[in-house]
Design a protein around this ligand. Sequence first.
Ligand code: FE2
Length: 279
Amino acid sequence: MTSYRQLQQVLDARPTSDGDGVKIRRIAGRSVNELIDPFLLLDEIHSEDGADYIGGFPPHPHRGFETITYMLDGAMRHRDHLGNEGVISAGDVQWMTAGRGVIHSELPEQADGLLHGFQLWLNLPASEKMKSAAYQEYANAQIPVIELPQGGRVKVIAGEVPGDGEPVSGPVNTGATRALYLDLELAAGSRWELPVREDQTVLLLVFQGATTELSEGQMGIYADGDRLAVTAGADGARALLLAGSPLREPIRQYGPFVMNTVEEIEQALKDYSEGRLVA
Ligand code: FE2
C-alpha cells in the first residue's frame, strides 16, 4: 500500500559567510546532522553584487566526504591538486569526492552580475572515507531532464527517476549513500509525485516560489513512507530534492574534515600540516 511521506520538520537556511567573505545561506550543523544524514551541509550563493562573492574559496583541504557544486547562473572555476581544472556555469555540476584528501580552490569567474549556485556536502561511510580522491564534471547538456505533463521539469543530477518508459538516470551514481539529487521546476499549483526508498532520508529545499508546505529558503524533512508528493504554490516552485541512505555513523567534523572519531580528525590535521593529506 502506498504510504505518502508527511512533512516532519522544517529548517530555515541561515545567512552566513565562508571562504574569503562569500555571503551564503546555509543549512548545516551538529543539531541537524542526524536529521539530514547522509547529507552534511547545503549552501546557496545567490547575489548580483560581486562584493558578496568575489573572494571565492581560495585553496583549502577536504577529507572524508563529497562536495557537489551545482550552478544555476554565473560561473566558478575549480582547480585541485590532482590537476583537474574546469569552469562550471549555468546548469553544470561538479561532483568532487575528497576521500582521503583534496586541496582545491573554487573561485568566481566573474567580478559582478548574477551568481547563483549550491554546494552540497554528502558524507562517505567509514569504509570509504580514505579512498582516493575523484573528480567528475558534467555539463548541463549531459544531464537528463524529464518534461512534466502539467508544465515544469525534473533534472536528474544523481540517482534514478521513473520516466514514461525506462527510468531516467543521472550521470552520477554514488556508492553506499545511493544519493538522489534532482532540480525541480514545478508549474503553478501542479502536483508531482515520486516513489522514494523507505529507508532513505528525503529533503526538499525550496529556492524559488513555494510549495503548499514550504516557502522560499526552507528545507523540509519528510517522515517515513514510500512516496513523496509535492504541490507547487500559486507562483510555482523551484526546489532541490535530495534523498540518500543514512549512514548512522558517528560524525566528527573540524572545518573541512569530516570523520568518525576525534583521532581521525587529529590525523587529518597532522597530515595536512605535514603535507601528507593528499599523498
Ligand atoms: Fe571546497
